[in-house]
Design a protein around this ligand. Structure first.
Ligand code: PHE
Length: 354
């Protein structure tokens, strides 16, 4: 209903005042352009002392003849103004929302904030690389335990109690007699032989070893080893040298020098040690190689007949080679890292470099 249409107005004496009031209120309402304006407008017309409210209070004072017509007209003005006010309020709220959305718009073209990503430890990466090379050479991975007994870690590897060679492995003992942390991955040779005998074997045994040693730039109390074991009908020293050379050239490049030195281990006969040349330009070369230019990366040899026997193989029919290397040493060589202690120090500044 439009309160401004002239025919709707009742025939009362002061109708002009009401018409004027109605028009004024409507025109001011349409000028309101903020919610604050609307509140002020509401106080002026519809509040307790508002102009329309004052007219409502006039109803009882009208003479009987015009009271009903006057009352209807004023009430209609009030109802209509209220409805129009609410409509306007809604429109203004919507407008304000649109304005604030436009002002605080999300810029989807801004580059996102980077999420820092973790990475594999350099030791893990090199370990995977080593496994990959040996996989290509036909070696499977065999997992062996880190907590060992004296029997497997020493005795079955041809080191009876009180054998002086045990001095090469300073051992962490547990409170249970005979239970130790493995000092090398070689006891895994016994496990794998006993499990697979009389099949031929070609495995590597990667894993953590522990030695009760003084910690220096070259030695840690905890380090990884990769053991290798190959057993078959006619495995020779030439197979050992060929395998190790192929491995070293794959890992370090064809130009790398590999050196075999005769050595001693109770569980191999003959025994050798394998060295790789360390770049002379490296300022740490002297300290790491003790002035020789060579860094020892593994011990190796032909599996001792006693060990073959302990594993269940007849030394008359089978022969084999074994090697044990320290991937941390190899990683140091590959990335020119000057101190083995960095590996387990967990310093992100070191770890982030790889
Ligand atoms: N187990 C020896 C070590 O820890 C390395 C080795 C393994 C030597 C296999 C020969 C054969 O030093």
């Amino acid at each position: 209903m439009d309160s401004t249409s002239a025919e709707d107005w009742p025939d009362i004496p002061n109708v002009q005042d009401l018409v004027a009031l109605d028009r004024q209120a409507l025109s001011e309402l349409s000028d309101c352009n903020s919610l604050a304006n609307i509140i002020a407008w509401n106080t002026k017309y519809l509040g307790d002392q508002g102009l329309v409210t004052l007219q409502l209070k006039q109803i009882p004072k009208q003479d009987a003849q015009h009271r009903a017509g006057f009352g209807k007209a004023v009430n209609r003005i009030k109802t209509t103004l209220l409805a129009k006010k609410e409509e306007k309020q809604r429109a203004l709220k919507e407008e304000e929302l649109k304005r604030s959305l436009a002002a605080d718009a999300l810029d989807v073209t801004l580059p996102g904030r980077g999420v820092p990503r973790g990475r594999l430890h350099v030791a893990t990466r090199v370990m995977r690389e080593i496994r990959g090379i040996f996989a290509d050479l036909g070696f499977q991975v065999y997992r062996s335990r880190e907590v060992e007994d004296d029997l497997t870690n020493f005795e079955l590897l041809n080191m009876p109690p009180h054998h002086p060679a045990r001095d090469m492995w300073d051992t962490f003992h547990t409170t249970t007699p005979g239970v130790i942390l493995r000092t090398h991955t070689s006891p895994g040779q016994i496990h794998v032989m006993r499990e697979l005998c009389p099949e031929p074997i070609r495995v590597i045994l990667p894993g953590m070893c522990y030695r009760y040693e003084q910690i220096t730039a070259r030695s840690e109390i905890q380090f990884e080893q990769v053991e290798g074991l190959c057993i078959g009908a006619r495995v020779t020293m030439a197979d050992l040298k060929g395998t190790i050379t192929a491995f070293a050239r794959r890992l370090f490049g064809q130009e790398r020098q590999v050196r075999f030195r005769s050595s001693y281990f109770p569980f191999t006969e003959p025994s050798i040690e394998v060295d790789i040349d360390w770049p002379k330009e490296d300022p740490n070369a002297d300290r790491l190689t003790k002035g020789t230019g060579w860094l020892e990366i593994m011990g190796a040899g032909m599996v001792h007949p006693v060990v073959l026997q302990n594993g269940g193989y007849d030394p008359q029919k089978f022969s084999g080679f074994a090697f044990g290397m320290g991937p941390q040493r190899i990683t140091m060589l590959k990335y020119a890292i000057d101190d083995i202690r960095h590996f387990w120090a967990n310093d992100v500044r070191f770890l982030q470099q790889f």
